[in-house]
Ligand binder design. Structure first.
Ligand code: ZN
Length: 313
């Protein structure tokens, strides 16, 4: 019997310039750079992982910088926004902080939560949701503890067939929670990073590119359960990849019938497998099989400077 998925593991987006990306997520949002590595499918591209101090699952937001990629187009099927949880009452602070850095943010209310909507420099739609989550924040990033991000809150997806997507979420153990307008909320049973909102609306066909959210990954406890999920989806004729070793976790990718790419990722071995937590993000780490090409890889990647946190204030 497969356990219900407790929540989100990470969210991954395609972005533009790597330095601009580091500056925004570390300096402006105050997240920690948990891992500076490369795209396993294309080792001449960076892969940045951001999160809280420990890189706890459900706090992790990852970016593939593709500076020359044309901008994506929001549409169906696609994950159209990612949201982070911040303490209730901190949205005024955040609107001022973003505004001081030239980022326009718009207030909204949703399911009784206050929401601040904005875009990152690549055009990715992000949200801060005033919702308390029991997550230890990273406070060395220049954002005070009473406002610092408490991990991911969730994602908003615009499927081509919301009923099909809902059925897959139900299989994974997320429960229908309610709806507001054309937004239908599903929630996993954990205590943070649990929300998947489905939009039931029309729209253009999506095009993947700079500013697109590529996938949402959900947590599964271990490789045994990952294999069982893989087999279950295959038996149901849902498009599922073979099991991939992503060094920090093992994963399968499910293109569910509503068109959304959902990754299932194991909780271990985790980000401590190749770096001590105290040194997260300080150097470029490569998967062991790419280590012999380190010189070539480092020579091809554009140089970046990792911000030390809030260097502009
Ligand atoms: Zn992923």
């Amino acid at each position: 019997m497969l356990a219900d998925v407790p929540g989100i593991h990470h969210v991954t987006a395609m972005v533009g310039d790597p330095q601009e990306n580091l500056d925004f997520y570390v300096d402006t949002l105050g997240l920690r750079l948990v891992k500076r590595t490369v795209n396993h499918e294309d080792v001449l591209r960076y892969h940045f992982y951001y999160g809280n101090g420990a890189g706890d699952l459900g706090t992790v937001y990852t970016c593939f910088p593709y500076p020359n990629e044309p901008p994506g187009r929001r549409g169906r099927p696609q994950i159209t926004a990612a949201s982070f949880a911040v303490p209730e009452g901190s949205l005024d602070y955040w609107r001022d902080r973003l505004g001081a850095r030239g980022v326009d943010a718009e207030r909204a209310d949703r399911f009784d939560d206050a929401v601040l909507r904005f875009e990152d420099p690549a055009g990715t739609r992000l949200e801060l949701v005033g919702a308390d989550q029991p997550v230890e924040p990273w406070t060395d990033g220049g954002v005070p503890a009473d406002a610092a991000i408490r991990g991911l809150h969730g994602v908003t997806a615009l499927p081509t067939n919301p009923f099909a997507t809902a059925s897959v979420l139900d299989t994974l153990g997320l429960a229908y929670e309610g709806e507001e307008g054309d937004r239908v909320r599903y929630r996993a049973g954990g205590d943070h990073a649990t929300v998947v909102d489905l939009l039931d609306r029309g729209g253009d066909f999506a095009r993947e590119g700079r500013g697109s959210i590529h996938h949402v990954a959900l947590r599964v406890p271990d490789g045994t359960e990952l294999r069982e999920w893989h087999d279950l989806f295959r038996e149901r004729d849902v498009e599922v990849s073979r099991i991939r070793d992503r060094h920090y976790y093992r994963a399968v990718y499910v293109r569910e019938p509503g068109g959304i790419l959902i990754e299932l990722a194991t909780e271990g071995p985790g980000f401590g497998v190749d770096e001590d937590e105290s040194a997260f993000g300080e150097s470029l780490v490569l998967p062991p099989w790419a280590e012999e090409d380190r010189g070539m890889i480092e020579g091809q990647l554009p140089p970046v400077e990792v911000p030390t946190g809030d260097r502009r204030s």
